[in-house]
Structures are given as structure tokens and as C-alpha cells.
Design a protein around this ligand. Structure first.
Ligand code: MSP
Length: 503
């Protein structure tokens, strides 16, 4: 069986989850759920990044130990993922023993390779970003080019990773694998960064304590990014041999702000450790809110708990992936989410379901009629599923949903054209059964395609269609063939899947 391994970034515990975290995690969940349907041996990892100065400082401010802070905030993340129906197979915390073990094993490999040396580091440091910057990179007033906050001059003894040694191998890898970084705009960004030259990277700190001590010099703790990236290996069992079942990862999903760490440092670390590189790093865009940059100071941070409560979990999931092509920036606005819910979910999708099921209850005593020749929908359904699959394989979620909605439109039109309510009046039983069988069978296809995006509504539709098993156990290979609605199966009285939202 082919395997598929997808990851999200591990989230810092100094902040509570917002729409940005939810977006990355939902996207990873959608692809994981799709790959399971498509028959892959799938592994989906998420977790939290708990070391580093940022967390140490946040803990100081809230009067906790760093571990105490992490223990408290990690529950917020876990809760949210449960609420949002995230189907991760494991949850990694970098303060876990298994992680420290993996980090030490990894460090040892890099050390043996001769890629770590002691030097002295002096530069401008941004504490919130955990990043050093050179004078030329700084914004006016010596502010951090990433977050705009003031930097501090910092000098310390530090261990370095010989990143410079990997410039050529990285360039070669990028040139030979144009899909290593997606979308293309991010690929080009990485390419020019690497072409611009790579300085060795400071990977240890002595100015604070909250991290994994270096085995060769415990005065130093490991730089948080060196520690954090290794989570992707820990999660699949490294250093035990079983990590090979899923490693190399098929896709690291990240936001565009952490591209350099994933597409430059991480592959260089892996090359040094003699481990295979992930197949792809996919960097998605950023959300603004009602046209504004989202920030605590602006007070416009979108809280995913509130969104789920106000609009529904599936509605929120759907919106995030339908609104923007994956990889581009997007804008969150209440008007647009309401518009999509009322139009696409309530009208196009929800009404179709209730129309068909209500008629099957009314005219056919709720029983699925015998399969018939398909009158056009057969081919449409299989083509839609194929197109959907192609787009999903390409991580083009928005296009996959467009293919699904085109099919939903075709089924709505088919119902209007065949008008089963008139057929019933005219006692045209054969035509009536044909129309309703085709519509029911189309709903079965729709449920399957909607599942990765809207798991609980799709499971509900599945039950209303009369199936006893779970939709999550279905495999497209068998279920994706026309004719799967069993004759005589009893469908349920429909409940509204997506209630309209009144403005
Ligand atoms: N801990 C690091 C990742 C280590 S991975 C080895 C980290 N954590 S984070 O919590 O700050 O951010 C996690 C993710 O949230 C990033 O992928 C980032 O892009 C995403 N987002 C934060 N704000 C965002 C938006 N406004 N919009 C979309 N995504 C955003 O970085």
C-alpha cells in the first residue's frame, strides 16, 4: 500500500490558537482525509513547539514555569482540533521524552558528519521571532524585517551548523525538483535565497535555559528551530527503524512566513544527517480580516472557536478552503462567509439533499428503487470524481470544490428537467424511479467528495441515504463506481444539513 505522510507546523504555546493555525491544520486534515479515502496508508501529524526564549518569556510574564505554561496552552490546541474534527494520527509536543531522544540522535549524526563547530555569534536579534538579522536586513530603526519590532544587539559563544556547505547540494536539489517547494512563487523565493549565499547557522544559545541542552556542552541549549523541525521525524518514530514506514514526508504544509526554515535549513540538516528529504513543502498564504492585517493590537484576531459556534464547524472549514486558492493570501469577512453558506451550502447543496430525500419518502415509501440506465448523470458523476481527484492530488482544494459544485449544479438541473413531482402526478412510475435513483446515486457521490472538507455533514448525509457504516471507512476505488445505492435500502427523513444564516 502506498503511504502518505502530511504535517502541520507545530504551534508555539505562547499564543492561543487563531484562524491562521486553524487554516493550516484544516488544510492538512482535508488532504489526510482525502488520501485515506483514496486508499493510502496515511499519517497526519500536528503538535506544539514548546521550547525557546519566546515561551520562557511568556511564562515569566504569566508567573508560570515554561512547562506549566505549555501544559496549559497545549490543551487549547487539542480542544480546538477536536472541535474542528481534525483527524490527526498523533500529536507531538517537543517537551516529550521521545522528542528529546530523536533530537539527540539527529544531533549526533550531524556532529559525526563534522557539521557542528563552536564559534562566536554577534548580530541583531529579534526575540519574538527567535531570529538573528544582519545589519543590512534590518528595517529602519533597527527593527526586525519579519515583525517590525525592535531588535537587540546580541553576542554569544555559539555552536554553528555548516549551512554554507549545503548551498550547492541544495541548489542542485531545487533545480532537479521544481515541485519541492510550492506554489511556484515560493519556489522562486527559496531559489533566490539560496543563490544569494548561505552563512553558517548558529544553533545554540546560552542566554536562556528553556531548551534541550547540547550533549557535548550542556551550558548551551539548542536553537528552537533546530529542535522543532525534528518533530517531523519524532512523530513517525525516529530514531527507531519504524520511521521509514512514513519517512520521507510527502508534504509539509506551512505558512509562507516559515518557508526558509522548512525549505532551506531543514533539508540542509537532513542532508547532513544522511536522511532523505521531504518530497514537498507547501506554503500557503496569509489571512487578513476585513481587509486589515490581523493582530492582537488591532483587536481583530479571528477566534476559530467563535467561528465554529457562530457558523458551524463544517461551514467554517468549507469557507476557508473555498474562498482562496491554496497558496494565495485571502481575506476573511463575515459577509462573505454568510454569503457562501446561504448560497452554496444551504441552497445548492442542502436543498438538493432535502428535495431528493423528501420525494423518495413521499413517492417511493423511502425505498431506493432499482438501478437504471443513468440518463447522463452516470458519466457526469464519474467525470466529476475524476476531476475532483486530480485537483485534490494537486492540493488545489478550491478547484476540487469547484468540480464538486459543478456536479451539484448538474444534479439540480437534472431534477428540474426530469421533474419527478410531475412524473408522480402523471403516474409515470418507470420515469419517476429512474429520476430518483439517479438523484440518490448522485448524492452518494456528492457525500464522498464533500467528506474531506465537511466530515460530519457528509457522515450525516451518508446516514440519511440509509448507509449503516461510516463514510470514513469508504474507499473511492470501490465506492467511486456508479450504481452503489443498494436497491430497497431505506432512506431517512431529511434534516437540514446547512441552515440558512439570517443577516
Ligand atoms: N513554531 C513555529 C513552527 C515550527 S514548525 C517546525 C511557528 N509557530 S506559530 O504558531 O507561530 O505559527 C504557525 C503557523 O500559523 C504558521 O504556518 C503561520 O504561517 C500560521 N499563521 C499565523 N498567522 C497567520 C495568518 N494570519 N494567516 C494564515 N496563517 C497564519 O511558526
Amino acid at each position: 500500500m502506498k503511504s502518505f505522510y502530511v504535517t502541520t507546523p507545530i504551534y508555539y504555546v505562547n499564543d492561543v490558537p487563531h484562524i491562521g493555525h486553524a487554516y493550516t491544520t484544516i488544510a492538512a486534515d482535508v488532504i489526510a482525509r482525502y488520501k485515506r479515502l483514496a486508499g493510502y496508508d496515511t499519517f497526519f501529524l500536528t503538535g506544539t513547539d514548546e521550547h525557546g526564549q519566546k515561551v520562557e518569556k511568556a511564562a515569566e510574564q504569566s508567573g508560570e514555569t515554561p512547562k506549566g505554561l505549555a501544559d496549559r496552552v497545549v490543551e487549547r490546541f487539542k480542544d480546538l482540533w477536536r472541535l474542528l474534527d481534525i483527524s490527526n494520527d498523533d500529536f507531538i509536543r517537543t517537551t516529550e521524552q521521545r522528542h528529546e531522544r530523536a533530537v539527540l540522535a539527529f544531533y549526533e549524526r550531524v556532529w559525526q558528519r563534522g557539521d557542528i563547530y563552536l564559534g562566536e555569534y554577534e548580530d541583531w536579534y529579534c526575540i519574538p521571532c527567535e531570529s538573528f538579522w544582519t545589519e543590512t536586513q534590518l528595517l529602519e530603526g533597527r527593527r526586525c524585517p519579519e515583525c517590525g519590532r525592535p531588535t537587540e544587539r546580541l553576542k554569544e559563544k555559539s555552536y554553528f551548523f555548516r549551512l554554507s556547505r549545503y548551498q550547492e547540494p541544495l541548489l542542485r536539489h531545487l533545480e532537479e525538483n521544481p515541485d519541492f517547494v510550492r506554489p511556484p512563487v515560493r519556489y522562486n523565493e527559496v531559489l533566490s535565497f539560496v543563490r544569494g549565499g548561505l552563512r553558517d547557522l548558529s544553533i545554540s544559545r546560552t542566554s536562556f535555559r528553556w531548551g534541550i541542552p547540547l550533549p557535548n556542552d550542556p551550558e548551551h541549549v539548542l536553537y528552537v528551530w533546530f529542535d522543532a523541525l525534528i518533530n517531523y521525524l519524532t512523530g513517525v518514530g525516529f530514531p527507531e527503524d519504524r520511521y521509514r514506514r512514513y519517512w520521507p514526508a510527502d508534504c509539509h504544509i506551512i505558512g509562507k512566513d516559515i518557508l526558509r526554515f522548512h525549505a532551506v535549513y531543514w533539508p540542509a540538516f537532513l542532508m547532513s544527517a544522511g536522511l532523505p528529504l521531504p518530497k514537498q513543502v507547501f506554503a500557503h498564504g496569509w489571512w487578513t480580516v476585513e481587509g486589515q492585517k490581523m493582530s492582537k493590537s488591532a483587536g481583530n484576531v479571528v477566534d476559530p472557536y467563535e467561528m465554529a459556534k457562530e457558523y458551524g464547524v463544517d461551514q467554517f472549514r468549507y469557507f476557508l478552503l473555498r474562498e482562496v486558492p491554496f497558496g494565495m493570501d485571502g481575506d476573511f469577512s463575515k459577509a462573505t462567509i454568510v454569503h457562501r453558506i446561504n448560497g452554496e451550502l444551504a441552497n445548492d447543496f442542502g436543498n438538493l439533499v432535502s428535495r431528493v430525500l423528501t420525494m423518495v419518502r413521499r413517492y417511493l415509501k423511502g425505498r431506493v428503487p432499482a438501478p437504471t440506465s443513468a440518463g447522463g448523470l452516470h458519466k457526469r458523476a464519474e467525470e466529476a470524481l475524476q476531476e475532483y481527484g486530480r485537483q485534490m492530488e494537486d492540493m488545489a482544494f478550491q478547484r476540487a470544490l469547484a468540480a464538486l459544485w459543478e456536479f451539484i449544479g448538474a444534479v439540480n438541473k437534472y431534477l428540474d428537467d426530469t421533474a419527478p413531482w410531475s412524473l408522480a402526478k402523471e403516474n409515470k412510475e418507470r420515469e419517476l424511479k429512474e429520476s430518483l435513483y439517479n438523484s440518490l446515486e448522485s448524492l452518494r457521490f456528492i457525500a464522498i467528495m464533500a467528506f474531506p472538507f465537511m466530515p460530519s455533514s457528509s457522515e450525516c448525509l451518508w446516514r440519511m441515504l440509509g448507509f449503516k457504516g461510516a463514510l470514513s471507512d469508504v474507499r473511492i476505488e470501490e465506492a467511486g463506481r456508479w450504481g452503489g445505492m443498494p436497491e430497497g435500502q431505506e432512506v431517512e427523513q431529511p434534516v437540514p444539513l446547512f441552515p440558512r444564516i439570517e443577516a
